[in-house]
Design a protein around this ligand. Structure first.
Ligand SMILES: Cc1cc2nc3c(=O)[nH]c(=O)nc-3n(C[C@H](O)[C@H](O)[C@H](O)COP(=O)(O)OP(=O)(O)OC[C@H]3O[C@@H](n4cnc5c(N)ncnc54)[C@H](O)[C@@H]3O)c2cc1C
Length: 487
């Protein structure tokens, strides 16, 4: 009996290898994998233990950041030879692009910075974004409810055409998937499953120069082996937890209410007003639609979600106009009309469901461990008030892919800590700086107290009127400059 099982297992094992090596330029390991019965499963894993050719890289999490990283690998001559596994149970990963341009915009969107757009262009993914709804914006207005100050930026302040582009998350993800599917040379295998456990440091073969490989066990019973595990599995990262990497941070006692709304006219500006309970942002998404990201207390958020559509629209228009305080005054400042304060376009219709997200700050104490590296929200979760979260993740994906290419060029072991530390040295200070700035903003706007209000207003005025500072802020926020306050 045992022999029969073993024979069956070996056969299945070989067919699995054929899938991986043959069509594996684009394989999906699914329900037919040899994992349905425990006996088979154990023998299957034992057989796999003997393998000398683990994946070069296993990417856990095929969200926007994990997919961007895989795409970056597929786009570079040195890394497109790597054999990569992507693990995520999100059904979107198994689908062809089925997003229609006339679908109503999804409320989950990202403001993509010019730096992230350049990265998408470099890896060949931006052309797919352009086939879907997206909205470039060249103006940004930020003000607060006291009416004491405001700041308004335009792309021409930094001699560029755009300040950013708002894109639905599902469009970013599907564009990255299309890009990956187009790069047929790249060997990738998608596992529609979830990582459950991980063992790092398994020996490859006797006298091997490598210090060991990682074994990943999946929720569908499959196991795989990799020289490097990339944790791109979001804020509650299982990879981070299994690697024993600690985090620092806290929950903000704030939730974000997000939704799509409609105007009578098209919106080309990104608006943000700081209210006593948190900021409300109105971001253009194209075709007379905008996206709302409104931060407030958890109680207010559940009230906002529950109220009638009419009441919600009134609350939004109130929050973006005269509600809570007067309009700021546009002083004569020598600037053209483009820098004068304007009232945002009126919202006339709710065009999606309202979704509520709790907000937190979380930062991994280490980004790397033996054969493990974290990118995106797995390494850092920040407050969404400046739309930076996924942009930081794209910065991680870009940096890590280049460091891996350097490693391939010199024949390095990709899981080696000294190589991974170069990535940590590049990204950790930059991400920490942005997280600290956003946290500072969140705290400064959590206080409603006369002198503090005046100080904040003064900061707005300085940011508005001092040209070098103004250029500096825009360059940092748009990802063109790595550090703030460099003149
Ligand atoms: C209200 C709100 C508005 C925001 N707006 C912006 C914005 O305008 N601009 C911006 O830059 N950022 C914004 N962000 C932040 C942005 O959404 C996140 O930074 C981004 O989604 C992180 O992407 P990620 O791929 O790292 O993680 P995620 O999007 O969380 O993806 C993680 C993936 O890992 C998979 N996964 C999880 N666990 C496992 C497991 N055990 N095994 C296998 N797979 C697993 C999940 O299925 C998922 O597909 C906003 C956030 C919020 C809450």
């Amino acid at each position: 009996m045992n022999r029969i099982v073993a024979k069956r297992v070996v056969t299945t094992f070989h067919s699995f290898k054929v899938v991986r090596r043959g069509l594996s330029n684009d394989a999906v390991i699914g329900a037919n994998s040899p994992s349905t019965n425990d006996q088979v499963n154990t023998a299957y894993k034992e057989k796999l233990d003997l393998t000398n050719d683990p994946y070069d890289i296993a990417v856990v999490g095929g969200g926007m950041v994990g997919m961007a990283f895989a795409c970056a690998l597929s786009s570079m001559p040195l890394t497109k030879q790597l054999n990569v596994a992507i693990i995520d149970s999100n059904p979107a990963l198994g689908k062809q692009d089925n997003i229609k341009k006339d679908d109503l915009p999804d409320p989950r969107v990202s403001t993509v910075t010019p730096a992230a757009i350049s990265f998408f262009k470099d890896i060949g993914a931006w052309q797919y974004v352009l086939q879907h709804r997206h909205a470039y914006f060249d103006k940004m207005q930020v003000w607060d409810y006291t009416g004491l100050g405001y700041t308004r930026y335009t792309a021409s302040d930094v001699e560029t055409d755009i300040l950013g582009c708002v894109v639905e998350n599902k469009v970013l993800q599907s564009s990255l998937l299309s890009c990956l599917q187009k790069n047929t040379e790249f060997q990738k295998t998608v596992y529609p499953s979830r990582l459950t456990s991980m063992t790092v440091g398994l020996p490859t073969q006797p006298n091997s120069a490598t210090s060991g490989i990682a074994k990943l066990d999946l929720s569908d019973g499959n196991s795989l082996f990799a020289k490097l595990v990339v944790g791109a599995d979001g804020g509650k990262s299982r990879v981070r937890e299994l690697a024993g990497i600690k985090t620092t941070g806290w929950n903000y006692s704030q939730n974000a209410v997000i939704c799509t709304v409609k105007h009578a006219v098209e919106n080309h500006c990104a608006w943000q007003r700081f209210l006593p309970a948190g900021p409300i942002a109105l971001l253009p998404i194209g075709d007379n639609f905008s996206n709302i990201v409104w931060t407030m207390s958890p109680k207010e958020a559940s009230d906002c979600k529950a109220m009638s559509e009419d009441d919600f629209l009134k609350a939004v228009n109130h929050a973006l106009d005269y509600g809570y305080g007067p309009h700021p005054q546009s002083n004569s400042d020598g600037y053209s009309g483009d820098h004068s304060w304007e009232v945002p376009p009126n919202v006339i219709e709710l065009a999606s469901e309202r979704m509520v997200f709790p907000l937190s700050l979380k930062h991994a104490k280490d980004y790397v461990a033996n054969r493990v590296v974290l990118i995106g929200d797995a390494a850092h979760t920040v407050h969404p008030l400046a739309g930076q979260g996924v942009n930081l993740g794209f910065g991680d994906a870009s940096a890590l892919s280049k460091i891996i290419a350097d490693g391939v060029a010199v024949g390095a072991d990709l899981g080696e800590l000294s190589l991974l530390k170069k990535y940590e040295a590049e990204r950790k200070p930059a991400n920490l700086m942005m997280a600290a700035i956003l946290d500072g903003f969140q705290k400064a706007y959590s206080v409603d107290f006369g002198p503090v209000n005046i100080l904040r207003a003064a900061a707005f005025q300085v940011a508005h009127y001092v040209s070098p500072l103004r250029r500096n802020i825009i360059s940092y926020a748009t990802g063109r400059q790595k550090w703030p306050l460099l003149f």
